[in-house]
Design a protein around this ligand. Sequence first.
Ligand code: ADP
Length: 355
Amino acid sequence: MSATPAGGLLELSSVSKRFGSTTAVEDVSLTLRPGSFTALLGPSGCGKSTLLALVAGLVHPDAGRIDLDGVSLLGAPAERRPVGLVFQKPLLFPHLSVLANVGFGLRVGGAGRGETRRASLEMLERVQLAGLEQRRVGELSGGQEQRVALARALVLSPRVLLLDEPFSALDSELRATMRRLVRALADETGVTTVFVTHDQAEAVDVADDVALVLDGRLAGHGAASGFWSAPSTLAAARFFGVVNEIPGQVRGGVFSAQGWGSLPCDIRDGPGVLVVRPERLVVDAVPGPGPSVTATVHEVRFAGTHLVVRLVRPDGGVLVAHPPVGTGVTAGSTVSVSAPPDACTVLVRDVAARD
Ligand code: ADP
């Protein structure tokens, strides 16, 4: 195929967007490296689609800048931006063939018939639709339709590819296949990719980086694994699933919680919360290193790859641990529960901690 230019450096600086009285995006600054693959993650209604629409030029920000390789995109209308878009609904032309759908943008952009055909056929091969080029899109499965939508976006050699929950209408096995395809295509072409999803498992499966959006604001951006091991806010920790929250106080760089002992930390004095994921809590007869507490085993469930153990502390607080299968733990027994220091994150308690 024709050489695709490498992905662009996409920079959003203090971008805000309101719709009437609704603030959809609030002061978002986000830099995406050329060729990076980022999951834009957050619950429904948090502003993910609006962020994509701002980059694509479908809506205009009230404030802020959006630059590609240091040049503002804001003066350019959507059709002039080197940005490819794939939505949950493929929005193909039903009366046109697969080949004509893929080549449509090239033709509109002034490419010749022969060049359009060659580039479109090549792209169809890359999305594994070779042989289906004369089919009408109405005769395709949902997965095939999304392959056409991907081919249609990528054939234009965009610098940035934006995917808005592209596979959420497909069943889970096909979704996984499509994620692998999109990831392989992004890696091959080097296009800077943003993949919107509300599903953290999907985000970490497809992307290297995660940009977490909560209530229109950027709540964290970095390697996907960091959101699990060292979240930067309590809201981010909660979005990544079950965490144990141990409320306490921070004084002079030391966090302490009643019954647990203390732990050095680097947050300001005031209410703090120790968060530790269930799979990192150690349940044993004797305390391990790090903060620990005595608790009574309330329930033990087998979950295939691990046990799910619910424990109750003497003060009534509940803990959840996911020790390996085979851990000798029985309901009604009293055990030590320890949080290894490298599994502990102390955060500012800016919202009510759960117990
Ligand atoms: P997400 O993609 O995370 O589900 P959206 O970006 O679609 O979130 O929406 C963010 C907020 O902005 C929501 O409250 C939504 O109702 C509102 N919103 C989005 N687009 C419009 C619009 N065109 N007009 C009015 N409100 C909108």
